[in-house]
Unconditional design. Structure first.
Ligand SMILES: Cc1cc2nc3c(=O)[nH]c(=O)nc-3n(C[C@H](O)[C@H](O)[C@H](O)COP(=O)(O)OP(=O)(O)OC[C@H]3O[C@@H](n4cnc5c(N)ncnc54)[C@H](O)[C@@H]3O)c2cc1C
Lengths: 1019, 431
């Protein structure tokens, strides 16, 4: 057994070995369960397993309380030294008891046993140990702790340099980390929800309940959230009377009233984890984590975005551990947690106890322990005269009171005794055998959400705690979270905050009577560490940060609170230092002999407790990551056996394979050839489409496009080029004039949204005075391109007879409204991307499917073929049109050989900046075509190098943007951006592509490979 | 006024050399001989060079000024604690997989400096070259990455184009079967990786301090004194510091600090968030960038998954973000790596990015004599820390840029010599 501090671990093991349950009789024999009391359901026994053993628990248990009920004390191992660890707390602040919950694809590493609600069949295993929890080889690390203290890794592992990745780092990585990811896709689903309210109340302890009640009675829309699976907060864990009734009962009747108020919404199992600007709070609701698996159609968790006019933070307080030697032994527990296990879960966390506290909280712990029949060996308090009430309570239950401190815990896997040093006789060490130490270093208000927006908590000497500082707008704080530690103060503070919050929202407060409560002591004298050098004294349990680490940080100058955190990793563990931060800071203050406020205050960051990444993603995963946009002709294309590809959010037909094809290239070649020789049809519905109307529409377009649009006659279309403000090309497309004050614009598929955004910006911000209205109609119109020498013939069969679409009546670049198929409204544009005689026909989306079928039926006798994106792209390269690879945001109109489109007669966006000297430099890469010399392969992304030049950045002359095999020409054709551009026609260059091991000779030529005179598209 | 021309070495204290031997030796003496990693000197009235900003860039600049240029009296003034800005908030990715020939050699030099950093400054910043993989999900993306990878190769930088199967062998946990945007392959830079960010600030601070640099924390610059077109002093919350030369390295606050000297910078400030998960056993072997959403991820040596996405998109000096971007990033994450779903986000935070008008930085002199500027790092200045300091030091010491930062000029926006990797244009919220 490797455990430095335990001399007789074997005996301890035998004494405290967990009681094994048989499947047949699960809960009856839970040896540490009290016969009465608590809010667990003794009629609902549940079977669960931990590390492969079966145990019994009750409905209402957490995994932690159920383990304690079965006498399981050793639950985990620490991060660095692999120290045996038990259960410290009873809530979400737990640093030690982390387990892997569930199995297979549902495995959740690092789950705190203290918040895992027990369900039938729950399976958990311990983590970060090998080979077993009881015997963990990595515990040898403890022996090296003087060497591997805070930040040791910054000082070593440097030699030789190459060993870092090969040896040191893999070793460290394997040892580090806590639990294991499932490694499989998550079978569960998640949801996002939005809510608006007047008053958001965070926390349902005495303050939160009163706040919700006061605001709810006033009529405000209230949302009450609590992270627990029962409302009531500390009222569930304490043995107090309110109005003469046990406090849990009193809470019950209050909850019943809240439930009856129609404007009050109560969300339990819901942690408000972040405060954001403008009154937005994010919360996570664990909808189905208390079930083995979610019911059908039930999300596992739901993320809420709650927009609240006012917020009452009533998140309570977190108890601080005391810092002394071996204070991490299983069995050392927070006093408040001890009471929670006794009073709420009816579980005895031990059989022989010692109480150690620096504050009056010990009174309740002493009395509750005694009431549960646990013998209390001693009550240790460092305070002298101030500890009067504690001394009296100890006397009352017949326990010895020692004015002193616990200096060391003994035991290994289990607490066996504590060594106490009394103030009166410091030389004389007292030892008290025990298996439970209930400690309390005082309470820290849960100020986290108050500081998410940057407000620093402020130190209160009287309370020995940080209280909220400047608050987010709309937030108030009540109860223990505000440093009001007494129950009466919590109730009053909550009621006041709730009434005020409702009042701020315009709801007149209704009276809320204050219940009667007995007095209670809340005295405290700060004790940040017990100064005795015996055993490791832990400050951050999970990250194994000890007092020596903080001393080292101080010595090395890491004294600012953030340096302390980052250097020692204090507060960086999965509990975010909930139990550690204040102690660590205070110890640093002691060491530097500064006050705590002068040392600093930690700023908290969201989330309050860790949140499942999947919950934040909601439904947006796998195929639903982003919406899938389908064109109206999609079903038809599917029937044709199209292979689809993602283009932005769209699925587009890439090509239409046929039996016997060897590859996509066969299909592509066939489609190109059919189009060039007869006729092809392509679904271009994905183009961005914008409809503009208004008397200033032409002027508006003049300012947006580099070329003039107001001069466009009605019934004509024009190719348009749009620049960004900085003079680079934004997009190209077509503009058609359907009437004097009515234009129809198409954009590229890729830039549809961007162009619309740009237009909106220009209209709303730059020229709101222009009379122009526009709307995106991309989804409203299905659009098909009909291309090829027989395109008109096909079209004539479809367009209703009254429309003359002959070459003279409807020439190249004509545009107009027609009807097809006997009255279906359509828009016809004689524009061509392919270089053939071509039309684009646009019909309302609901006719899209019918029209594509009609087109194909009409074209069948003429040999029509559908073509996909591959063929489209081959034809545009053959024709030398620029596409997305050339309009890449880095090219100007000049670069693309489009300067003739840029008007010099008018002003437009981008004109001035396009004239910057460097953009006019003659050696900028410019648009060229090239063809292969020989038969080497070429890929887009290859760079142009002079023949014979050494491959280097200096010799880089540009790059290949697009390449295709041209079935029309029988060789590779390509486009690129080359320094000097069209001045270099005929030169031989290399397309250099070391990534793919290619280096191919090419010849620079005009980018227009096909029909340079444009005779075909005018035919 | 007499400026001291050389600096009397103020007994730097971090003189204990770091090694496994010193660790072991110290452990026997109760670890009591360790000394502050840097001193806490009082500011002096005058220095040769004052660097404003104790982030990675400010500290490395001071170090290289002392080491490479032998400048004797240097102060780094930091308004808070050193490393409180972006150097301690970033996602620690280092790489030189750039596209533009103005960028690649600079970032490659940075990578080379990273490779020798630990031996140079005797501080283990955990430079971990475990590879940076940029995924592509379409032919167009593949072509763009091929262009980039070839540009890297032309500069002598390592780059490999992987197909889908090779990516799958490398990172089997990605979604290869159900993805909305299937992975087609990736561009891998094997020498890219991560560095422990805080250690970079501390390591440079220690190395600079041991060469006599005064690192002055909690000292905010509130004014820059300009006399006859020349910057002569900084006013701070701890008094006035005269200087022959003043270098600004204030990252997200660059515009505000430059404004103290009357300069208006082509920079907007935006918030970028980052996230870390709870610690888990090794899952993500390298740095992975999703090509179909705003998401990238790596795993720290401690086990936490560190990931991020895009800037929130609005101008801000608040070091915090909002929920829409958080959700966007998580959606990308779960879509790329399905098993992230049940892991938990532990912490999120934001830093202020100095977004320039073309996405590339500025290391240059300014129109004010004696005032030098290092700014405009956008979302990617951490990887530049060594080279930025090295080049900035050169620019300050020699009064002229080094060849490596010659393109990072302040006046390039007016002239049109843009270095726009993304092709997003002068719209910082898209860069
Ligand atoms: C979330 C996030 C993720 C990132 N991820 C990466 C990444 O993966 N890879 C990468 O390469 N880069 C990344 N970056 C960018 C990178 O962090 C920054 O570009 C870089 O750190 C900036 O340089 P710096 O270290 O000098 O800045 P900083 O550390 O911000 O230093 C500037 C310093 O100036 C100080 N200062 C400001 N005003 C004054 C004043 N008036 N007086 C005195 N001092 C002042 C500040 O307090 C601050 O300490 C990321 C950034 C963020 C926020």
């Amino acid at each position: 057994m490797v455990d430095a501090a335990s001399n007789k671990p074997a005996r301890a093991a035998a004494e405290f070995a967990p009681v094994r349950q048989t499947a047949a009789a699960p809960s009856a024999a839970s040896p540490y369960r009290l016969a009465t009391g608590g809010i667990v359901d003794r009629s609902a026994p549940l079977l669960f397993s931990f590390d492969g053993r079966n145990y019994g628990g009750l409905r209402g248990d957490t995994l932690a309380s159920a383990l304690l009920a079965n006498g399981v004390r050793l639950v985990g191992r620490s991060f660095k030294y692999h120290r045996p660890r038990g259960i410290l707390a009873a809530g979400s602040e737990e640093p030690n008891a982390l387990v892997e919950l569930r199995e297979g694809a549902r495995r959740e590493p690092n789950t705190r046993a203290t918040v895992a609600e027990l369900y039938e069949g729950l399976a958990a295993v311990s983590q970060n140990r090998w080979p077993s929890l009881w015997f963990d080889c990595m515990a040898v690390n403890s022996l090296f702790s003087p060497i591997i203290g805070a930040g040791f890794y910054y000082k070593t592992f440097m030699w030789p340099a190459s060993f870092w990745e090969k040896l040191y780092e893999p070793m460290i990585r394997r040892a580090a980390g806590l639990g294991r990811a499932a490694g499989m896709p998550d079978p569960d689903t998640y949801e996002k929800a939005f809510a608006h309210c007047d008053v958001l109340v965070i926390g349902s302890g005495p303050a939160g309940l009163m706040a919700a009640l006061a605001a709810g009675r006033a009529g405000a829309r209230v949302i009450l959230c609590d992270e627990d699976f029962e409302f009531g907060g500390r009222l569930l864990a304490e043995c107090r009377d309110i109005d003469g009734r046990p406090c849990a009962q009193w809470a019950g009747s209050l909850l019943a009233e809240l439930a009856s108020l129609p404007e009050v919404r109560m969300l339990k199992r819901t942690t408000v984890f972040g405060a954001y600007d403008h009154g937005v709070y994010a919360a996570i609701e664990r909808v189905a984590d208390h079930l083995a698996t979610p019911s059908p159609h039930m999300p596992r968790q739901r993320v809420w975005n709650i927009v609240a006019k006012r917020t009452v933070l009533a998140a309570g307080a977190i108890e601080r551990p005391l810092v002394f030697g071996n204070n991490d032994r299983p069995g050392v527990m927070l006093g408040g947690a001890v009471r929670a296990y006794l009073n709420r879960f009816a579980v005895k966390p031990g059989t022989r106890a010692v109480v150690f506290a620096n504050n009056d909280d010990a009174v309740a712990t002493l009395l509750d322990l005694a009431a549960a029949g646990i013998s209390v060996q001693a009550c240790v308090d460092p305070r002298g005269a101030d500890a009067g009430v504690v001394r009296a309570a100890a006397q009352r239950i017949g326990t010895r009171f020692v004015n002193g401190a616990v200096v060391r815990a003994r035991g290994g896997h289990r607490l066996r005794a504590v060594d106490v040093s009394a103030v009166a006789e410091p030389w004389h060490k007292l030892t008290f055998p025990c298996d439970l130490l209930a400690m309390s270093g005082g309470w820290s208000p849960s100020v986290h959400l108050s500081s998410h927006l940057g407000g620093r908590p402020q130190w209160s000497d009287a309370l020995a705690a940080f209280v909220p500082g400047p608050l987010p707008r709309g937030m108030s704080v009540a109860g223990a979270a505000a440093g009001e530690f007494g129950l009466a103060a919590c109730l009053a503070g909550g009621a006041k905050a709730g009434a005020e919050a409702a009042g701020d929202c315009g709801f007149a407060a209704k009276p809320v009577a204050m219940p009667g409560i007995g007095p209670e002591p809340i005295g405290i004298a700060a004790l940040w560490r017990v100064r005795a050098k015996r055993g490791k004294a832990f400050v951050d349990f999970q990250n194994d940060v000890t007092v020596s680490d903080i001393e080292l940080a101080e010595r090395e100058g890491f004294r600012a609170v953030e340096h302390l955190k980052r250097y020692t990793t204090l507060g960086m563990a999965t509990d975010q230092g909930k139990t550690a931060n204040v102690n660590g800071l205070a110890i640093m203050a002691e060491l530097t002999e500064k006050t705590i406020p002068a040392t600093g205050a930690t700023r908290f960051r969201p989330p309050y407790t860790p949140v499942a990444i999947g919950a934040l993603a909601g439904h947006h995963r796998r195929k639903d990551f982003k919406p899938t946009r389908l064109t109206p002709g999609h079903a038809w294309a599917q029937e044709q056996g199209a292979v689809f590809m993602e283009t932005g959010l769209w699925l587009r037909a890439q090509y239409f394979p046929q039996p016997g094809d060897n590859s996509w290239l066969d299909a592509c070649n066939r489609e190109v050839t059919a189009t060039r020789n007869a006729v092809g049809v392509c679904d271009v519905s994905t183009l961005g489409k914008i409809d503009l109307q208004g008397t200033d529409a032409g002027l508006f377009l003049d300012r947006l496009y580099a070329n003039a649009m107001s001069s466009l006659p009605v019934g004509r279309a024009r190719y348009g080029l749009m620049l960004r403000e900085d003079g680079f090309v934004l997009d190209d497309g077509t503009v058609s004039r359907l009437a004097e004050d009515h234009f129809f614009v198409t954009t590229t598929t890729a830039n549809a949204a961007r162009v619309m955004q740009h237009m909106d910006f220009c209209h709303q911000v730059l020229w709101p005075d222009l009379d122009v209205q526009f709307v995106s109609v991309s989804d409203q119109w299905a659009q098909y391109s009909l291309a090829g020498p027989k395109a008109r013939e096909v079209l004539q069969k479809l367009v209703d007879g009254q429309h003359d679409i002959s070459n003279t009546a409807f020439p190249y670049m004509a545009a107009g409204e027609v009807t097809v198929g006997g009255g279906v409204p359509a828009r016809l544009f004689r524009i061509s991307f392919s270089g053939e005689l071509a039309y684009e026909i646009s019909v309302p989306a609901r006719f899209g499917d019918a029209v594509i079928r009609a087109v194909v039926a009409a074209g069948a006798p003429l040999g029509i073929r559908p073509y996909g994106l591959e063929a489209l792209s081959v034809m545009r390269i053959e024709k030398g049109h620029v596409g997305g690879a050339e309009i890449n945001g880095q090219t100007t109109a000049r670069d693309l050989g489009l300067e003739r489109m840029v008007s010099s007669k008018k002003d437009f966006i981008g004109r001035v900046m396009a004239g910057r000297p460097a953009l006019l430099a003659p050696d900028r890469p410019a648009f060229v075509g090239f063809k292969s010399v020989g038969d080497g392969a070429i890929g887009a992304g290859a760079h142009f190098l002079p023949v014979g030049a050494e491959p280097s950045a200096r010799n880089d002359e540009g790059h290949v943007t697009s390449v295709a095999y041209s079935p029309t020409l029988g060789h590779l054709v390509g486009l690129g951006l080359l320094k000097g551009g069209s001045k270099r026609l005929g030169e031989k260059m290399r397309a250099y592509d070391p990534l793919r091991g290619r280096d191919t000779l090419i010849e620079v030529c005009s980018p227009v490979f096909y029909d340079p005179e444009g005779a075909r598209l005018r035919a | 006024m007499v400026l001291p021309s050389s600096h009397s070495r103020a007994g730097a204290v971090a003189d204990l050399r770091y090694s496994i031997l010193s660790l072991v030796a110290q452990s026997f003496r109760g670890n009591t001989a360790w000394r502050p990693v840097w001193r806490e000197p009082e500011p002096k009235p005058a220095y040769d060079v004052v660097i404003v900003g104790g982030g990675g860039h400010g500290l490395s600049t001071a170090y290289y000024l002392a080491k490479e240029h032998g400048i004797g009296s240097i102060a780094v003034v930091e308004k808070s604690w050193i490393g409180s800005g972006n150097v301690g908030r970033n996602t620690t990715v280092i790489r030189s997989n750039y596209l533009d020939h103005a960028n690649i050699p600079f970032y490659e030099w940075s990578l080379k400096l990273w490779e020798g950093l630990e031996q140079d400054i005797n501080y283990n910043a955990m430079v971990s070259q475990r590879g940076v993989l940029m995924l592509y999900h379409s032919d167009a993306q593949r072509d763009a990455l091929a262009r980039r990878g070839n540009a890297m190769r032309l500069n002598g930088v390592d780059a490999e184009l992987l197909d889908r199967d090779a990516v799958r062998r490398l990172v089997p946990i990605l979604d290869f079967d159900n993805a909305r945007f299937p992975i087609h392959g990736g561009l891998l830079q094997p020498r890219g990786g991560t560095v422990r960010h805080d250690a970079v600030a501390w390591g440079y601070a220690r190395a600079a301090d041991s060469r006599g640099v005064d690192i002055i924390q909690n000292c905010e610059v509130t004014g820059i004194t300009v006399e006859n077109g020349r910057a002569v002093a900084v006013e701070t919350t701890r008094g006035k510091l005269h200087a022959r030369k003043i270098g600004l390295a204030c990252a997200g606050n660059s515009s505000r600090v430059a404004a103290l000297a009357g300069l208006r910078l082509p920079i907007e400030s935006h918030v970028l968030q980052a996230y870390v998960s709870e610690g888990i056993k090794p899952l993500v072997p390298n740095v992975i960038t999703f090509g179909a959403g705003h998401f990238y991820i790596s795993q720290s040596d401690k086990g936490g998954l560190i990931f991020g996405g895009d800037i929130d998109g609005y101008n801000s000096y608040a070091q915090r973000g909002s929920t829409p971007m958080i959700e966007d990033v998580m959606e990308g994450g779960v879509s790329l790596i399905p098993t992230l779903s049940r892991l938990r986000m532990l912490r999120s935070w934001g830093g202020i990015m100095d977004m320039s008008m073309d996405g590339s930085p500025i290391i240059d002199k300014t129109p004010i004599e004696g005032l030098y500027l290092n700014a405009g790092w956008c979302i990617g200045g951490f990887k530049a820390t060594p080279a930025a300091g090295w080049c900035f030091a050169h620019t300050i010491a020699r009064d002229a840029p080094h060849e490596l930062n010659a393109a990072f000029r302040l006046d390039r926006f007016a002239a049109g010599h843009l270095i726009d990797e993304r092709g997003a244009g002068a719209q910082p919220n898209l860069q």
